[in-house]
Ligand binder design. Structure first.
Ligand SMILES: *Cc1c(COP(=O)(O)O)cnc(C)c1O
Length: 395
């Protein structure tokens, strides 16, 4: 019999009742160290006092207001994002996949309005993840995500991650945009080298197509810069943001240059909930903290410490781990045994991590994780690795 909740998830039998910073508390009282942070969503940890204050203060005044009216909290958040990034303008969504929808629409509309209506094709990469909407699964039509959901939307092509020569040949007169994650998340924590991101920017400029960056997972301080592309010293035309920007409140955004956004006029796009006062009040509180250079500096320091300790963990467990991957506090442990075994063994050590493709265990801790918690994480990861290995050998 089908359960009341549509069974589309494989859930671990854990029941968390509340959270405090880097910790989630199970109903039986066990305290789990949370290195998943709701898949890079709880960027400031659980129940951060500034976010609780922003939510409750706004919550007692006004939750929702239609975009028929001006929303000062939304304007403030847009201003913060525009001031802190390449972007000239922002549209707010409630999720990453909605940001994907608009990014695709915006790119196509741009060329349409430029008198080039045939430029509609979007090129995405293998191993990428841009969400679960019809456009997002057409962009990356893996068997897992797309099989049985056809007909898939036309106008998407897939390129091989890392094969830039093949990509250059694929770009044609009908290419509207290239979309890429500066650090692949679901694909197994694969950072795009700075030189490749620079080359991609140049390719787009030379061939006359737009560069869309999906920073839904790697953005909002995760890599130690406000956005990951800053490392490469380039800027996109359009960027998708979500996850961390709401700190746990459903919030996303599409940021764009004035030029790339020029096709989007009144009536061309909209959202009932997108940019509501409650979400934007929380988003402002998140950005107030994370866009602070001193906060980002601290993320980079902790990331260095974390990575150094992870290298030691890999050296101590050569039968379990192959290497450390990632950028900032978006880290991955490439496993030699099934990564799901390590994640599962973590539960017994009261440790939460997230599996990714390519047998990578993802570590996406709250950006506020303390040094002692990083040390504690290593002890628990070490025990989980050893337990997973003996399990593998026994089984
Ligand atoms: C999670 C994610 C999305 C989809 O976001 P949702 O909020 O789940 O719709 C898109 N792109 C990337 C890179 C993601 O990690």
């Amino acid at each position: 019999m089908i359960p009341p909740v549509l069974p589309t998830y494989n859930r671990a039998p854990l029941h968390f009742t509340h959270g405090e910073g880097s910790w989630l508390i199970e109903e039986d009282g066990r305290r789990f160290l949370d290195l998943g942070a709701g898949i890079a969503v709880n960027a400031l940890g659980h129940a951060h006092p500034d976010l609780v204050a922003a939510l409750t203060e706004q919550g007692s005044k006004l939750w929702h207001l239609s975009n028929l009216y001006e929303i000062p909290q939304q304007e403030e958040l847009a201003r913060r994002l525009v001031d802190a990034t390449f972007a000239d303008t922002a549209f707010f969504t409630n999720s990453g996949t909605e940001a994907m929808e608009l990014a695709v629409k915006m790119a196509r509309k741009y060329w349409y309005e430029k008198g080039q209506p045939d430029k509609v094709e979007i090129i995405a990469f293998d191993g990428a993840f841009h969400g679960r909407s019809s456009a997002a699964i057409a962009a990356v039509p893996t068997e897992k995500m797309a099989k049985g959901f056809g007909p898939l939307l036309p106008g998407f092509k897939q390129a091989k991650w890392g094969d830039w020569d093949a990509l250059a040949e694929m770009v044609s007169d009908t290419t509207a945009a290239i979309i890429i994650e500066p650090v692949q998340g679901e694909g197994g924590i694969r950072p795009l080298p700075d030189a490749d991101l620079k080359a991609l920017r140049k390719l787009c400029d030379d061939k006359g197509c737009l560069l869309i960056l999906d920073e839904v997972q790697c953005g909002v301080g995760r890599t130690g810069h406000l956005f990951a592309h800053e490392y490469a010293g380039i800027t996109p035309d359009i960027m998708m943001v979500a996850k961390g920007i709401g700190g746990g409140f459903p919030l996303g955004a599409v940021l764009a240059t004035e030029e790339a956004a020029s096709g989007m006029v009144a009536g061309s796009h909209g959202s009932t909930y997108g940019g509501n006062p409650l979400g934007c009040a929380v988003g402002n509180a998140v950005l107030k903290k994370i866009a602070d250079p001193a906060f980002l500096e601290e993320v980079r320091r902790k990331a260095g410490l974390f990575r150094q300790k992870l290298e030691g963990l890999v050296a101590d467990n050569p039968e379990v781990f192959e290497e450390v991957r990632g950028l900032g506090l978006m880290l991955g442990l490439k496993c030699k045994i099934p990564c799901a075994d390590v994640v599962k063994a973590g539960y017994a050590q009261e440790l939460l991590t997230v599996p990714a493709a390519d047998d990578v265990v993802r570590l996406l801790p709250p950006l506020t994780i303390a040094d002692e918690e990083i040390a504690e994480a290593m002890d628990r990861l070490d025990r989980a690795a050893k337990a997973a290995l003996s399990e593998t050998k026994a089984g």
